[in-house]
Ligand binder design. Structure first.
Ligand code: ADP
Length: 402
């Protein structure tokens, strides 16, 4: 999936147009998210996709978990080579499921890719725009864990997602991770289709009794607190691990089990999305309004330490057309913990692009529903905002963590 050198590289607008054309053939795009890795996000993605395909739907499964692509292993596809055709790439079939994964880009399952920011964006764009998905009822997208650049890019590149499924574990729900995923969706106006609580209780392989090892029910409470649907609880089931390792979707290898029945229940709300195709295809409502991106500056360029900046540029953008519609320069109040996030929220900021920012400051912005992009270079605010809108903002390491 490399770019042909005979042609000049496509502009971000051309890339987006290509993605839109491809995505227009897919009725419902569902992102599977989790606050952190290892909670069973890919397992859930594989089994949801398989359950939908088993229900007679045309389904694609896209694995953009850049740092840990496990879908090929879970579907027994290994490192199947990709075949390209006149500028597009054929997905790999697992039964009647169309699959594409970062894992197919390595020659050996143990190989690790070192991804730089723009490379990640490039491969995500290619997966959405260049893969011959054809007409699908559902595209299930297994996103990287967390709320960083990659899930952000995916949710921006897919302009009309049906929504997100958030996978959590009972002991994780007490942590801020799930809340972060929920806030992430809210900020991006991505509907939350529901929460799945995985590893909720242990099913004894001998007697079938369910024992609550990590407690359970936390996901349900979190869903109620946030007013989002709760989709179901999946127990810890050793057969799931065996199925994953054997490369057979659990829902097929253990079709008669209670856990497989829970998985079939979980997809039921998605089946009714079918009757709702027109509303699911509507652009996200908040996208119609304007969005404000704050950039701390010193000498007219991004200040690497936002707490010690001279000014704040507040750049207004139209998220629909991804263009800048205005910009104001503001004098910030004196730097005290918590003051700047509150003040920026009052100014209507939705996102802050920063060079460096400590973890506690990031949490304070999170509380104010302001998205944080860190590790940006010292450039003029409008250059950074344009790069951000084009999905080409090169973010490096966090320059400050105090
Ligand atoms: P993530 O995508 O969140 O990193 P995975 O889906 O790769 O997590 O799952 C991590 C490991 O946990 C895998 O070995 C998988 O087989 C196992 N696993 C996932 N869900 C369950 C479950 N309900 N019971 C037992 N093992 C599970």
């Amino acid at each position: 999936m490399t770019q042909c050198n005979a042609h000049p590289p496509a502009s971000p607008e051309e890339d987006q147009q290509k993605i839109n054309t491809r995505m227009a053939q897919i009725k419902h795009k569902i992102c599977v998210l989790s606050g952190k890795g290892g909670v069973g996000k890919s397992t859930v993605a594989v089994n949801l996709a398989t359950a939908l395909a088993d229900a007679g739907k045309k389904v694609g499964l896209l694995d953009v978990d850049i740092h840990g692509p496990s879908i090929p292993t879970m579907l027994g596809l290994g490192t199947t080579p990709l075949v390209s055709n006149a500028g597009s790439v054929d997905p790999i079939y697992a039964g009647n499921l169309k699959v594409m994964s970062v894992g197919f880009l390595t020659e050996n399952e143990d190989d690790a890719f070192i991804w730089r920011g723009p490379m990640k964006m490039g491969v995500i764009k290619q997966f959405l725009g260049d893969v011959e998905w054809g007409e699908l009822d559902y595209l299930i997208v297994d996103c990287p864990p967390g709320t960083g650049d990659e899930p952000l890019s995916i949710s921006q590149l897919i302009e009309d997602p049906a929504g997100a499924v958030i996978v959590t574990t009972p002991q994780q729900v007490a942590a801020v991770d799930v809340r972060k995923s929920l806030t992430f969706c809210k900020k991006l106006s991505m509907p939350v289709l529901g929460i799945v609580e995985n590893m909720s209780g242990f099913t004894c392989p001998n007697c079938g009794e369910v024992v609550d090892i990590f407690h359970s029910g936390g996901g349900e409470k979190m869903a109620a607190d946030f007013g989002v649907p709760f989709l179901g609880k999946l127990p810890i089931d050793p057969s799931i691990v065996k199925a994953c390792d054997a490369g057979i979707p659990f829902i097929q290898s253990h079709a008669a089990s209670e856990t497989a029945q829970i998985l079939r229940e979980i997809i039921k709300p998605f089946l009714t999305l079918e009757n709702n195709a027109s509303s699911a295809a509507q652009p996200r409502p908040e996208k119609k309004g304007s969005m404000k991106i704050a950039v701390p500056t010193a000498d007219g360029k991004l200040s690497m330490h936002f707490g010690h900046c001279e000014k704040f540029a507040l750049v207004e953008v139209d998220p629909e057309t991804k263009t800048i519609t205005g910009s104001t320069e503001l004098d910030p109040p004196p730097h005290e913990p918590g003051v700047l996030p509150r003040w920026l929220a009052e100014q209507g900021a939705n996102i802050i692009i920063a060079g460096g920012m400590g973890q506690s400051a990031q949490s304070l912005f999170d509380e104010q529903n302001i998205g944080v992009v860190i590790g940006a270079p010292s450039e003029e605010p409008e250059i950074l905002v344009k790069a951000y809108l084009a999905g080409a903002l090169e973010t490096g390491t966090n320059a400050c963590d105090h």
